[in-house]
Design a protein. Structure first.
Length: 136
């Protein structure tokens, strides 16, 4: 799988000083660590060495984060400064399932242009997911 990253940025004022926090976040690592969306405010604070117990952190939390420059599949879930975490997780799981299916099928029937055979691709994914759901 290719790297799925997103740039997270927030601009806010604290004690009369404008602060801009900006970091690139590895979404694959975040997706492996928890089922729920990561705390992006905490990730920004950690990158900027801001104590989560400080008033500065509270001010940071009160501001909306802008997301941009997404890479990999994350690009499909990042629009207009927002990141749709639920969609990203679903798309990432679907890609993982498809890679598993291809690893099973292609040694048997050969590599193909799967985009030209959407019905076959859908049937293979359905069979794989059914087996996976049954614990087979």
């Amino acid at each position: 799988m290719s790297a799925n990253t997103v740039r997270a940025r927030v601009l806010f004022s604290f004690k009369g000083e404008t602060r801009e926090l900006d970091t690139v976040i590895d979404l694959d690592r975040c997706a492996q660590e928890a089922d729920a969306a990561p705390d992006f405010h905490w990730l920004l604070a950690r990158a900027a060495r801001i104590d989560p117990g400080s008033y500065l952190y509270e001010v940071l939390e009160s501001h909306e984060i802008e997301f941009s420059d997404a890479t990999g599949m994350a690009a499909q879930s990042c629009h207009d400064g927002r990141l749709d975490w639920h969609r990203f997780v679903q798309e990432r799981a679907a890609q993982s399932d498809w890679l598993d299916v291809r690893a099973i099928v292609e040694p048997v029937i050969g590599a193909r242009d799967w985009d030209t055979e959407p019905a076959l691709k859908a049937a293979l994914l359905l069979a794989y997911r059914t087996g996976k759901a049954r614990g087979a």
